[in-house]
Design a protein around this ligand. Sequence first.
Ligand code: KIV
Length: 281
Amino acid sequence: MSSHGKVKRLTVPQIVDRKGQDPIVCLTAYTAPIARAMDSHVDLILVGDSVAMVLHGMDDTLGITLDHMIMHGQAVMRGSDRALVVVDMPFGAYEESPEVAYRNAARIMQETGCTAVKMEGGKRLAETIAFITERGIPVMGHIGLLPQSVHAKGGYRIVGRDQSEWDAIEEDACAVAEAGAFAVVLEGVAEPLAVKITESIAIPTIGIGASNQCDGQILVVDDMLGLTERTPSFVKEYGQMHQNIEDAVVNYAREVKARVFPGPNHVFHMKGVTKLRVSNQ
Ligand code: KIV
C-alpha cells in the first residue's frame, strides 16, 4: 500500500479472478531496470531461482541462496509498482519443515516487500503450503518439471507424455490447490495433461512449456529476449538481445581502437568553449 493508502499493485484476488478469463501475463525478472521495462505490460513478475543460471552463470538452480533471492527481490520491487511480485524460495529454504518454510518465507516478505512466494513440489508440500497460507503468506505452487530436483530425477524431463504418469501429476495439482496456493506453475507438462489440469482445478495455472490453454503463461525473460545462448525448444524468442549486445560491443571496440570514441560530445571542455552540436557520434 502506498503512503496514500492506495493499492497500486495487482493483488492475489485479482489474479485468482482471472481464472478462465483473461490470460495472466507473467515473466521472470531479477533486476530493477528489466522489471521497470516490463512492469506496465505484465500482471505478475517472478523473481525466479533461474537467476542462478541466467545472471550468476551457475549450472543449475541449486546454488542460489536465500540472501541472493532477497537481494534480487528487493531490486525487482524497486523497479516495479504495478505487477504482483512473487519471489522463488530457493533450494533448502522450505523442504525441511513447515516451520522452517514459514520463517524463510516471512523473511523474504519482510525484506523485499513482495506479495507472495513460490515453491516447487506437489503432494509432498501440501502441509507446508497450508501452514504458510493459513498464516497469511500467499503461495504459488510449481509442479511438473521441478528444476530443483534435477539430480534426483537425473535431468530435466518433460512429464505426462506417458499417460501412466497422469494420475500422480493431477494429484499434485489438486493437493497444491486444496492446500491454499493461489496459482500453480505447470512446467514441462505435456499439453493435453496441462489442459486437463487447468479445467479441473479452481486456481489459475501458469504454463511454461505446457499449453496456451493454461490460465496464464510465464517465460524466463532472458530466454524470450534472446539473451541466452541456447534457448529451450518451448521458448519463443521475441528479441535478439545477445546479438544486439555483441554488435554494440564490436562497434564500441572498433571506435575505441580508432580513437573515434570518446567524440567531442563525450568529453568535458574548458569553461567558455561551447559544446559542439553534432550528432551522437
Ligand atoms: O525460476 C524460474 O524462472 C521459474 C520459472 C521457470 C517458472 O521457476
